[in-house]
Design a protein around this ligand. Structure first.
Ligand code: FES
Length: 110
């Protein structure tokens, strides 16, 4: 039996203004939160190539991507999809929404 997803508060919207990103914690999991023109995206803050923190890399707002600073892999912020070598596996992404000035992410329940 699979668990149904649940919405959890990740951070305050004020912590991630438009055009900026923020790392918040979901229990012991670091989550990169990016605000692209008012739309919030949430990805695990871990490159799928060698587990480096994605939040150190540059966000390309026009393309909706982030580039890992260590070896240059790029990921789609909307889906977590790996877009170029040396990463081939996606980064875990979370559905995100804003309610009551808070950022919420949807995660499977334990
Ligand atoms: S650790 Fe991110 S590209 Fe290598």
């Amino acid at each position: 039996m699979s668990a149904s997803p649940d919405w959890r508060i990740l951070c305050a919207l004020a912590e991630v203004p438009p055009g900026l990103s923020h790392v918040a914690w979901l229990d012991d999991l670091p989550v990169l939160v990016v605000n692209l023109d008012g739309t919030i995206y949430a990805l695990e803050d871990r490159c799928s190539h060698e587990d480096y923190e994605l939040s150190s890399g540059a966000v390309d707002a026009a393309a909706g991507t982030i580039e890992c600073v260590l070896h240059g892999a790029k990921f789609d912020l909307r889906s977590g999809e790996a877009l170029c070598a040396p990463a081939y596996e996606p980064v875990r992404s979370f559905p995100a929404k804003v309610e009551q000035d808070l950022v919420w992410v949807q995660v499977p329940t334990a």
